[in-house]
Write a protein that binds this ligand. Structure first.
Ligand code: HEM
Length: 118
């Protein structure tokens, strides 16, 4: 089961890395939009995250408060990305909002004690 957790965590990290990469490549751009890296990254991170919760629930007692926060932030990111997929450009506020939410979710994951029971 730990191999499955690690494989899902690997996919999870690739997912949000793609999301973050899709955002950062547009940092100095004058016009920004939701690109395929952001779309596929947000979707992959969300799905792998949910599956990770399932694995953690089956092997221990994960930190539900931490997972709840990550789920909520991940869902907001996913909805905003999918809702603006077809727009030729997105407002700066949305762009910096998505960037901030992604960085906050990384910080929650890293600085809040591990989700999986020791
Ligand atoms: C953009 C959104 C997300 C980002 C940037 C993100 C970031 C991260 C990072 C950096 C880790 C590794 C932390 C570590 O191992 O110390 C992690 C692990 C984890 N994430 Fe996410 N995450 C996101 C969305 C989600 C969602 C939506 C869920 C599901 C509710 C989720 C559930 C988890 C779980 C359960 C782990 C722990 C895995 C473990 O300890 O074995 N994540 N996430």
């Amino acid at each position: 089961m730990d191999l499955l957790r690690l494989v899902l965590l690997f996919i999870h990290v690739l997912g949000f890395a793609a999301l973050l990469g899709g955002l950062l490549v547009q940092l100095s751009a004058s016009e920004r939009s939701v690109n395929s890296l952001m779309r596929d990254g947000a979707g992959t991170a969300f799905l792998a995250g949910l599956l990770l919760v399932g694995v953690l629930e089956s092997v221990g007692d994960p930190d539900h408060a931490k997972i709840g926060v990550k789920f909520a932030i991940g869902l907001v990111i996913l909805v905003l990305v999918m809702a603006n997929l077809r727009k030729p450009r997105i407002p700066d506020g949305l762009y910096y909002g998505l960037l901030a939410l992604t960085v906050v979710n990384i910080a929650v994951a890293v600085f809040w004690s591990p989700a999986h029971a020791a």
